[in-house]
Ligand binder design. Structure first.
Ligand code: DOR
Ligand code: ZN
Length: 430
């Protein structure tokens, strides 16, 4: 069985071409006559990109299957144009051992909509006290290549140093949720004008920036690979620029979320906990600098921090609400709005920040590959001119906590292929 994508513009460049997919790989590109048995997809000049890779997803299984499961999260990912996602370790039980990471990996394989790579915890129980058995998780069937205590910061500098040093022997990445906990006790919102006006305790930018500066130095000395999660401030981008300039080894990488590119703390005036997220929404100036840093390459990639929460954890007073927002199905549209429509990135650039760089950072061999014959057919077709209105109830996630409810956004994923198999088409799971 083969599939012919007729008339797609690769990376949105040049004349439309046909792409023939057979046996899970790209068989031929050019002016292709459809083989007899081929299924034909009319691309009508839409943009063909390598399938997206999300380094930061919360799938909530095991433990909070009332908020999301590997199956529903995988569906959201496929519909969002993703072919690989990294599932964060803050599940219940925590993914701090081989049994849990292998379970997540296996459930991902059974679901088959997207490659699910479990992230292992850095410390036992995410407690920040004792290193987890990174080696056992790396060598398990799940082949863990990224470790993170996300949701929590590995705040102890000695423990972080040990984790970085140990990671080099395993050739894995340590992804840090940068938040100096002593600076964010009781914090509810970005420390600034809006928080003061609304009476929320502030989450200062320096709580993120100081940890990132520290970790860049620790990683440099350990010659380790550090990945900075959800960069949210201008100051962090400045620290990253400095750190990347002073070292030649290129071991530091960073991600920004769609919500930090588009949304600001001005939204907090509604008191709606859908806007509560960690790190918090920052100022318009921060968002502008994050967009520029992403275009410049100081921030390497976009990661969703897709964080589904059950209704009772979001539909409550602000202080009691859990932080986090849905992201998988809206990421491409938010990137189209903030980066493409503004002229900061072309589609080649979108391929870089949503697919190629994240695949490189995580060391995935068969994602984020060039669209040429012989490569695995992990592909996403995007209609750049179409727009849609976001409705949380219509998203594939079990949860509905999207901050984009009712918003009209550009950029629609029309087809996702995982190893040549259609996983999503025209907004439906196949
Ligand atoms: O907003 C967030 N939600 N930030 C995190 O670091 C954790 C995540 C979650 O697990 O809900
Ligand atoms: Zn986090």
């Amino acid at each position: 069985m083969s599939l012919l994508i007729r008339g797609a513009r690769l990376y949105g460049e040049g004349e439309p071409v046909d792409v023939l997919v057979a046996d899970g790989v790209i068989a031929e590109i050019g002016s292709v006559r459809a083989p007899e048995d081929a299924e034909v997809v009319e691309a009508r000049g839409q943009v063909l990109l390598p399938g997206f890779v999300d380094l930061h997803t919360h799938l909530r299984e095991p433990g909070r299957e009332d908020a999301e499961t590997i199956e529903t999260g995988s569906a959201a990912a496929a519909l969002g144009g993703y072919t690989a996602v990294f599932a964060m370790a803050n599940t219940d039980p925590v993914a701090d051992n081989a049994v849990v990471v292998e379970h997540v990996w296996r459930r991902g394989r059974e679901t088959g909509l997207v490659d699910v790579h479990p992230v292992g915890a850095v410390t036992v129980g995410l407690k920040g006290e004792k290193l987890a058995e990174l080696g056992t998780m790396a060598k398990s069937a799940a082949g863990v290549r990224m470790f993170s205590d996300d949701g929590h910061c590995v705040a102890d500098p000695l423990l972080m140093r040990r984790a970085l040093e140990y990671s080099t022997a395993l050739d894995v990445v340590i992804a840090q949720h940068a938040e100096e906990p002593r600076l964010t006790v009781g914090a509810q919102a970005h420390e600034g004008e809006t928080a003061s006006r609304l009476g929320y305790a502030g989450w200062p930018a320096s709580a993120e920036e100081s940890i990132v500066a520290r970790d860049c130095l620790l990683a440099e000395h350990a010659r380790a690979r550090l990945h900075v999660c959800h960069v949210s401030t201008k100051g962090t981008a400045d620290v990253l620029r400095w750190a990347k300039n002073r070292q030649s080894t290129g071991v530091i990488s960073a991600e920004v979320t769609p919500h930090h590119l588009l949304l600001t703390d001005e939204r907090l005036s509604t008191y709606d906990p859908v806007n509560k997220v960690n790190p918090p929404l920052r100022t318009a100036s921060d968002a502008a600098h994050l967009r520029a840093a992403l275009a410049e390459g100081v921030i390497d990639c976009v990661a969703t921090d897709h964080a589904p929460h059950a209704v009772q954890d979001k539909d409550c007073e602000w202080a009691a609400a859990r932080p986090g927002m849905l992201g998988l199905q809206t990421a491409l549209s938010v990137v189209t709005e903030t980066m493409v429509r503004t002229g900061l990135l072309d589609w080649r650039g979108v391929a870089r920040v949503m697919s190629e760089r994240p695949a490189e950072i995580a060391g995935l061999a068969d994602h984020g590959r060039p669209i040429v014959a012989g490569e695995p057919a992990n592909l996403t077709l995007v209609d750049p001119d179409a727009e849609w209105t976001v409705r949380g109830a219509e998203l594939a996630s079990l949860a509905t906590n999207t901050p984009y409810e009712g918003m009209r956004l550009p950029g629609v994923v029309t087809l996702t292929l995982l190893r040549g198999q259609i996983t999503a088409r025209e907004g439906k799971i196949v």
